[in-house]
Structures are given as structure tokens and as C-alpha cells.
Design a protein around this ligand. Sequence first.
Ligand SMILES: *Cc1c(COP(=O)(O)O)cnc(C)c1O
Length: 378
Amino acid sequence: MSKFIPLSVPNLRGNEAAYVNHAIQSEWVSTGGAYIEEFEQKIAEYVKAPGAVACQSGTAGIHLALIAGGVKADEEVLVPALTFIASVNPIKYVGAEPVFMDCDDTLCMDMDKVEQFCETECSMSDEGLINRRTGRRVSAMIVVHIFGNLANMEKAVSLAEKYHLFLIEDACEALGSYYTKGCFSGRHAGTIGDIGVYSFNGNKIITTGGGGMIVSNCMDCLKQTKYLSTQAKDDTLYFVHNQIGYNYRMTNLQAALGLAQLEQLEPFIKIKEENYQAYLEHQIPLLPFREDIRSNRWFYSYMTDKRDILIQELNKRQIQSRPIWHLISDLPPYRSCQAYQIERSTYYWEHIVNLPCSTNLTKEDVASVAKAVHEILK
Ligand SMILES: *Cc1c(COP(=O)(O)O)cnc(C)c1O
């Protein structure tokens, strides 16, 4: 029986047990406790943001970001068709509608097509950008930094300004990715738009079991999202709540885990880079990341026109792989939503297979995955 090689699993071999134990011994296990603020501060420092708000999940973070952006029921939000479902569901939580956009060859939202959509399908009015087909206002845009790559933020920012769109960065997969060239050189994924959100789900580059973090340069947005994430409590003694809040605060246990993980983020990225290179050396031409960034190389993508055969055959050899996400615009809750010229997303959906990329992956593991891929596709 050959060794099982998982796609992407956590790596908890640092101070995780020590910090979590400390949290347990202190009996601060819930939504209060020193680790939460320390984790917020350390993430903010790491990505060079003025502040951060820890929450229960990336999904919760995106939900709060939409509320902070003032996105209302019956408005529309531009979002990629090729992304994880959690980029899109929060749009429905606030009663708004997604409009699905295509991707470019970075797999992130194609900003040229977004521009084309705004120019040819919409009109500017006093209320903002109006989608002529539906008559609804387009009030926000969620760009997703797919697999640790970065979207074209220079263009995203200029379109957001021009068309008065609140710009949310779904940076759930891109903690540690930043521009190294151009006007945003040195700026981290998540810190360029109005609000950015990271996820610490189990398969992300660092994990808290489940968790998320909101960052922003807008202090009001940080204040508001923290307030809403803690039940919108205005008076802690008399339980006065002046708005409808959410129970979205991260717990001290999660933050303890997160702090230990954050200590290892740079070493994890180094391993991701080395394993990425190792695949290339074994003649597995993974999709490249942008050249003007330092990417965290969270997930590796391999293109093949034998997607399903490859996944099945790898599985028989104890190697876990998967297709990229089903296009959201083809899923039952979203089939009736507008999708604007998403041909390239369809092409990538049909061809991408994600290969094992855990930070526990050894050079021998990479060699056996590569060997298996060559055997199956020969
Ligand atoms: C993981 C992920 C999310 C959601 O994060 P959770 O913490 O699992 O809620 C959102 N968007 C993308 C692109 C993700 O990969």
C-alpha cells in the first residue's frame, strides 16, 4: 500500500499546543482573551494595515465587509464566476444580487472585461452605476486573489473609483502575497481595496481551525465590523443593542492557534515555493503566478484535457487532487443570475487539476505525484 498524499492539510508542529494549552489554563476560551487582540495586531503588522478585526470565518468577514460597504438589498455586486462559493453567498445574505465576471490568465477577475461591462452594459447616474438590463445599482465589486495569485489591483482600484464601487478583496487564499513591482509595490493582498478579508480555515496557508480576519485602511470600517461582529452591543451592563449584530467574533482558542501558525507563515511560503519548483523540475508545468508579485503559492494548478481521468487515477494511487470549483453561475441558487461573457472561466474549469500542495509535502512526495501524473497521461 503506497503512502496517502493529501491535497492540502494543516501543519501544526510549532507552538500551537503550547499557546492553546495556555488559553485553556487561563480559562479564557471564548470571545474574550488576550490572544485575540494580539493576533489582530500581529496580522495587521504583517500585512502593514492600520488595524484588523478577527472573526469566525472568511465568510463572516465578507458578510461584514458588504455591510460596512453599505451594500443594500436589490443592489448588484460584481464577483468572479470562478471562485469558492463563500465569495458569493454573502452577497445574498445582504439581499443583493451577484453579477458574474470572467477570469483572466491569472485565474482572477478579468478587469478589462469588468471595464467593458461597466461601459457597455451600464450607465452612470446620480445614484451610481446602473445595470441597464436589470435597472439595479451596481454598488460593489469583490475581487478574489485566487490560489494566492493577485488580481490586477491597479485596474480594480481605478474602476472602483470611476464607477463608485465599494472594493472588497477576498484575500482568503492570499495571506502573504504582495506586489513587488508597480504602483502597489510592497502592498499586501487585502490591503489595497476598501476592505480585505483573510480566512484561516483548515486548508488555508495558516489555520485557526476556522476563522477569518478583516483588514482595512478605513478606521470606521474596522470599528463598524468589530461592533457588528460582537452583537452590536452599545451598553455591556444593560444590554443595549442599537443595531442588528452578529455572533461573529473569533475565540481566544482560535487566536492562540493562529498566533502559533503566523510564526510559521514565512517558512510555510518557502516550502510552497520549493515544492512548486520541484514540480517544475519534474516536468509538471504548473500554472505560473504573476511576475510582479511575491505569491504565497497556496495552491498549484495543472492544466490537462483529461481532468477527470487524472483525478480518478491519482486517487487510485492514494494521491488526492481535485478540479477547480464548479462555476458558481452554473449552480442552482445562482443559475438565474447574470453572467457576463465567462468563456475563459469555463475553459479553466474544464482543464484545471489542483495537485498536492501541503506544507508537509516532501520532495519524495512531489516526485511520486509527478511520476504518477506522467504515467497516467502518457
Ligand atoms: C476559504 C475561502 C473563503 C471562505 O473562508 P471560510 O473561512 O472558509 O469561511 C472565501 N473565499 C475564498 C476564495 C476562499 O478560498
